[in-house]
Design a binder for this molecule. Sequence first.
Ligand SMILES: Nc1ncnc2c1ncn2[C@@H]1O[C@H](COP(=O)(O)OP(=O)(O)OP(=O)(O)O)[C@@H](O)[C@H]1O
Ligand SMILES: [Mg+2]
Length: 181
Amino acid sequence: MATLHLMVGLPGSGKTTEAIRLEKACRALRLTTDEWHYQLFGNDFRKDGRNREHDRRHAAIEALMWDTARKVLALGVDVILDFGCWAREERELLRQRAHAVGADFRIHYMACSQEVLWERLRERNRNVGREAVFYITKQQLEEWSRRFEPPGPEELAQQENEAAGERGACAGAAPERSGRK
Ligand SMILES: Nc1ncnc2c1ncn2[C@@H]1O[C@H](COP(=O)(O)OP(=O)(O)OP(=O)(O)O)[C@@H](O)[C@H]1O
Ligand SMILES: [Mg+2]
């Protein structure tokens, strides 16, 4: 059975970094919204917070990604959605969608302190224009941290019943390649 892996965490928490590791470990299809967004629309994220157009584009990309993800899962291949997913409701919807196509569901929660988040983002902000990254201000990070709903113990325990460990959660991975690095 394939697994839908969902990356969860605030900006700078290391979702994409971990998703890149995971795509090799699980031989999964990784779908990172920011990479597609950057290729399609460039750096359209505004520091002043007026990001309605950016958000609309982002949502459209994620809708297309889900359409691809469900087809790939049905083929028996793991998929990693590198979306962020701050809202519990949003994660629940994806869990239900995964189950509807017969896939397991696994959350990868990248918990991180505010200090570490800002330290990493400050460093990463230097690469805006050179990588598929958007400039994030300290104010934006603080505002998003207030909106973020971290997965609770119940949410995380639920997935352990469905997919015991990473090794077991990697559909189709050859034994010698399926373990953690
Ligand atoms: N475990 C780690 N230890 C130290 N640095 C890390 C770690 N994980 C990621 N980083 C660094 O922190 C920065 C942010 O990581 P990354 O881009 O993976 O975060 P993200 O959660 O995907 O952020 P965003 O939501 O903005 O896409 C990067 O510069 C990355 O190299
Ligand atoms: Mg990322």
